[in-house]
Design a protein around this ligand. Structure first.
Ligand code: AMP
Ligand code: MG
Length: 521
């Protein structure tokens, strides 16, 4: 297997001088060299043919022992020197100090077809940043990360990617619910890939330590490689950089709201500087549309990272990034101006995104009201977000509200609650919607086509992940393959997968792993 290794991060930024793999505060460095841990019985579970292509690795190579050894960390690729990055972060609103890649190890960067990719293993053993944990990952969370990152990509959501999912053959001890019941689980390793894994927290840690030289080096590196359009110099360069990061972050969150994705742990160490969805932990998909929903049981009280709060947290996190890079700019007003424009930008893009979901081509003043009222209606009774929007595409302009109800009612979890006030409000909304639709010149057919491009038919529902996990735990990887194939084309009808276009079954409502997840992974 020949890989076109083309490292930049570890060549252009300072390394930790200490080469021991013990836990410590790493000062004056952006990363520490560390080798992955050898595993007992590495085994390939799945590989993404698309990522193989992107990286210039052949299918044949992916089936070799060499591939498995390299992508489980059992062998270090000849021209490479694995390392873990140093970053800090604000977790659940509080400064947490140094965090870093506690269980991610970067193998190398690849340049293929003029695209730069950083390749890292998640769950490949301890690093100087592992704090009190083991550096490992379990099979269930690795399946969730592997399938979801590829699914998000095909949904058109900016995200880190995944190349491979392997079992390590080792046993890993986890207390899933943090309730004093630890148990051994199968260990696994995901190889994930992105142009860069730099997070807000990489800047925060240097700034918190007042290491402005390193802060500048890291920011210059980031701009040079990932924001090449920024060519101005001086403090304007950093302001422009911040503005672009704000833009990308807004776009990412708008996409989350479009497909009903709840990240679950939007700490600043989990915010990619490239605006990519990163660190798939206790994330979840909205089944019932609900602004207050979060899958993360660790956040069940505060619900800081609930669906309806993601945009505000985006801004909060950007505020922390602004503080971190302030020493490069030393002027509050311009940074503040950029942050002040966040809400308006978000609102404008959100409304445009929702217009598309509703099948509107024109932008009319009244759309805001229609969208607000829809968000209220969707929360009157439990309504499946994905099914609702997908079926709404089938509502023709000429329909009466009563006919439209017949089309969308499949999205309701229980039709028995659909009466009285609830029914009246839905009819009122549909009348508003149909009246608005009539102002459009597009045909019903084109409206449906347009809507089907933004309203996915298939998402990686929480219970689907759990089904794939339950099967994989007993060595059956068929569902992983099935979901991988289905989620490659989430906007296509794919009649062969029709059974997955259905509401969450009742058994999954309160099942651990389906709607309830902890950070234990
Ligand atoms: P997360 O909440 O998964 O984003 O993790 C927060 C921090 O904890 C990051 O620095 C992780 O690298 C680290 N971490 C999480 N799980 C482990 C683990 N099993 N071993 C070592 N470090 C971990
Ligand atoms: Mg993380």
């Amino acid at each position: 297997m020949k890989i076109n290794v083309s490292n930049t991060f570890n060549l252009e930024l300072p390394a930790d001088k200490n080469r021991e793999n013990d836990r410590r505060q790493v000062l004056e460095a952006c990363f520490s060299y560390v080798n992955p841990k050898k595993t007992k019985a590495p085994e390939l579970i799945h590989v993404s043919d698309e990522m193989l292509n992107e990286l210039g690795i052949s299918k044949e190579d992916s089936l070799s022992t060499n591939f498995i050894e390299i992508f489980t960390g059992n062998k270090v690729y000849p021209e490479s020197k694995p390392y873990a990055m140093c970053y800090g972060g604000h977790q659940f609103g509080n400064w947490a100090g140094q965090l870093g890649d506690g269980r991610a190890i970067n193998l190398f960067e690849i340049n293929h077809n003029d695209k730069q990719w950083a390749v890292q293993l998640k769950g490949a053993g301890e690093t100087p940043y592992s704090r009190s944990a083991d550096g490992l990952a379990v099979l269930r969370s690795s399946i969730r990360e592997y399938l979801c990152s590829e699914a998000m990509h095909h949904l058109g959501v900016p995200t880190t990617r995944a190349l491979s999912l392997c079992q390590s053959g080792d046993q890993v001890l986890r207390d899933i619910l943090y309730n004093g019941n630890p148990a051994y689980e199968k260990g696994a390793i995901v190889c994930r890939v992105a142009p860069s894994f730099i997070r807000f927290g990489n800047f925060e840690i240097q700034s918190a330590r007042k290491n402005h030289i390193l802060l500048k080096k890291l920011t210059d590196y980031t701009i040079k490689h990932f924001f090449p359009k920024i060519t101005i110099t001086g403090k304007d360069k950093y302001l422009e950089f911040f503005k672009v990061v704000c833009n990308k972050t807004i776009d990412m969150i708008i996409h989350w709201q479009r497909v009903g994705f709840v990240h679950g742990v939007m700490n600043t160490d989990n915010m990619s500087i490239l605006g990519l969805t990163i660190d798939y932990g206790p994330y979840g998909w909205l089944e019932g549309y609900d602004h207050t929903w979060t899958p993360n049981t660790t956040d069940a009280q505060q619900r800081r990272y609930r669906f309806g709060n993601q945009m505000y947290i985006g801004l909060w996190n950007l505020f922390k990034l602004a503080n971190a890079i302030y020493p490069l700019i030393e002027e509050t007003k311009s940074l503040q101006n950029i942050l002040d424009s966040y809400n308006d930008l978000y609102e404008e893009r959100y409304v445009n995104m929702m217009r598309k979901k509703l099948g509107f081509e024109m932008a009319l003043e009244e759309d805001n009201k229609i969208i607000n009222k829809l968000e209220i209606a969707l929360q009157l009774i439990e309504t499946d977000m994905t099914i609702f929007f997908r079926n709404l595409g089938l509502v023709n302009k000429e329909f009466k509200a009563s006919e439209a109800i017949e089309i969308i009612k499949d999205a309701f979890y229980s039709f028995t609650d659909f009466k009285n006030q609830v029914k009246q409000e839905w009819i009122a909304w549909l009348e508003l919607y149909l009246k608005r639709l009539k102002k459009e010149e597009i045909s019903n057919k084109r409206k449906l086509q347009n809507m089907n491009l933004v309203n996915p038919k298939y998402v990686f529902r929480n219970y689907m992940a759990q089904l794939a996990i339950d099967r994989a735990e007993v060595g059956d990887y068929q569902l992983i393959e099935e979901f991988y194939m289905m989620l490659k084309k989430p906007y296509n009808e794919q009649p062969e997968f029709q059974k997955w276009f259905s509401k969450r079954p009742d058994w999954a409502r309160n099942k651990v792993g389906c709607s309830m997840l902890s950070c234990s992974s």
